[in-house]
Design a protein around this ligand. Structure first.
Ligand code: CP3
Length: 345
C-alpha cells in the first residue's frame, strides 16, 4: 500500500495499470492563481517567496487544493543553482531574471565555484520541501527540479533572457573548452542539489532543459545530453523526468537515458514520439499552453483528442510548456477535469 492518498502519478511512472491518466501543469505554482498573487503582493519580491520555506510551501500546495492536480512541484526556480555557484540573480518585475556578472571568457570562469556547501547555500529549498511534505500530509507526491546544465549555462553567459541565446552559443562555438568546464561544474553541483532535494522528500525529479531547442543534434549531443545523462545516472532513488524543450531531433538519444519519463512539447506528435522513444518510458505532455485561451468546448475536445492519442500507454497529461501567466484558472480546471473524467480501459 502506498503512503499517498493519491499515488496515481507514481503508479503511471512505474508502468502499472491505472484507471486514468495523471495530470499536473508545468509552472502551476505561481503565475496563474489570484491566491498566489495575494501571497506575492505582501512581499518584497519573488526571491523573498522562494527563500521563505513556509510561504514557498503554501504556494506549492495551492494548485493541489484549488486545481486538483495529481502532483505538487516545489516553488523555487532553476536560477538558484547559478546563484549558489556565485552569480547572484535579480528577478525584475515584468522583465525576468537579470545577473550582474556573467561568464563569457576563461578569465571569468573563477566567478563560479563547484566547491560549495550545497546543503548550506540552498538550505531554503530543502526546508521548503520539508515544510511542503509536512503540510501536504501525503495527499499527492512532490516533484523537485533543476535546470539542465545547458540551460543554466545559457543564463550564466547571457545574464538574462534572450530569444536566441546567441552569446551562449558563441561560447559553445568559439571556446568549447570553456563551455565544457562550465557544464562540468554545473553538473556536479546539480547532482548534489537534486540528491539533497530527494533527501528532503522530493518523490520525482524533473530536469528542465528549456533551451535545448536552439541547438542542433550534434551540438545538443555534445553539450546537452552528455551532461543530462550524468545526472540521470547519478539519481537512482526516485524517478526522473527529462523535459528538453524543442529537442524533437534528440528524442531517440533521450530515449536511451537512464530516466523514467520524457517530457514532450506541443511540436512533438504523440504517436510519432512513442514510435521513436519506444514503450519503456512514460511520456509527459503536451497540450499547447495557448489552447487554454480557447473556449471551454474547444479545450475539452482538444484535450480528449490528446488523451486518445496516448493509446492507453504510459502517459502523464500536462501542457507542452509552462502555463502562461494570463490563463484563466477556470480554463486550467477545464483541462484538468477533462483528463480526470477520461477513463483508461
Ligand atoms: O512549476 C512551477 O510552478 C514551480 C516553480 C517554477 C518557477 N520557475 C517559478 C517562477 C519552476 C519549475 C521554474 C522553472 C524555470 N525558471 C524555468 C524552466 C521552465 C520553463 O519555463 O522553461 C526557467 C527557464 C526559469 C527562469 C525564469 N524564472 C524566468 C525566465 C522567469 C521570468 C518569466 C517567467 O517565467 O515568469 C522566472 C520567474 C519565475 N519563476 C516566476 C515564477 C512563478 C514569476 C515570478 C513572479 O512571481 O514574479
Amino acid at each position: 500500500m502506498s503512503k499517498y492518498q493519491n499515488d496515481l502519478i507514481l503508479r503511471m511512472i512505474n508502468g502499472e495499470k491505472t484507471e486514468r491518466y495523471p495530470v499536473w501543469l508545468m509552472r502551476q505554482a505561481g503565475r496563474i492563481l489570484p491566491e498566489y498573487r495575494a501571497v506575492r503582493a505582501s512581499l518584497s519580491g519573488f526571491k523573498e517567496l522562494v527563500e521563505t520555506p513556509e510561504l514557498a510551501a503554501e504556494v506549492t500546495i495551492q494548485p493541489v487544493d484549488i486545481l486538483g492536480v495529481d502532483a505538487a512541484i516545489v516553488f523555487s526556480d532553476i536560477l538558484v543553482v547559478p546563484e549558489a555557484m556565485g552569480l547572484e540573480y535579480q528577478m525584475i518585475e515584468k522583465k525576468g531574471p537579470w545577473f550582474e556578472k556573467t561568464i563569457r571568457s576563461d578569465e571569468e570562469l573563477h566567478l563560479i565555484s563547484d566547491e560549495i556547501d550545497v546543503a548550506d547555500r540552498l538550505s531554503y529549498v530543502f526546508e521548503a520541501i520539508k515544510c511542503t511534505k509536512r503540510e501536504l500530509n501525503n495527499r499527492v507526491p512532490l516533484i523537485g527540479f533543476s535546470g539542465a546544465p545547458w540551460t543554466i549555462l545559457c543564463y550564466m553567459v547571457e545574464g538574462e533572457g534572450s530569444k536566441t541565446f546567441s552569446k551562449a552559443k558563441k561560447v559553445l562555438y568559439s571556446n568549447s573548452a570553456l563551455a565544457h568546464k562550465m557544464l562540468e561544474k554545473i553538473t556536479k553541483v546539480t547532482i548534489q542539489y537534486l540528491k539533497h532535494q530527494i533527501e528532503a522528500g522530493a518523490d520525482i525529479i524533473q530536469i528542465f532543459d528549456s533551451w535545448s531547442g536552439i541547438l542542433g543534434p550534434a551540438e545538443y549531443s555534445e553539450f546537452g545530453t552528455k551532461y543530462v545523462r550524468m545526472i540521470c545516472d547519478a539519481i537512482t532513488d526516485v524517478p526522473v523526468t527529462v523535459f528538453a524543450k524543442g529537442a524533437y531531433y534528440a528524442r531517440k538519444e533521450l530515449s536511451e537515458l537512464n530516466c523514467e519519463t520524457i517530457g514532450l512539447d506541443w511540436n512533438m506528435d504523440i504517436r510519432e514520439s512513442r514510435a521513436i522513444i519506444g514503450d519503456d518510458k512514460t511520456l509527459q505532455g503536451n497540450l499547447d499552453p495557448c489552447t487554454l485561451y480557447s473556449d471551454f468546448t474547444v479545450i475539452e475536445s482538444k484535450t480528449k483528442k490528446l488523451l486518445n492519442s496516448f493509446g492507453n500507454k504510459r502517459h502523464i497529461a500536462n501542457l507542452g510548456h509552462g502555463v502562461y501567466p494570463d490563463t484563466d484558472p477556470e480554463k486550467v480546471k477545464c483541462f484538468i477535469e477533462t483528463v480526470k473524467g477520461f477513463a483508461i480501459n
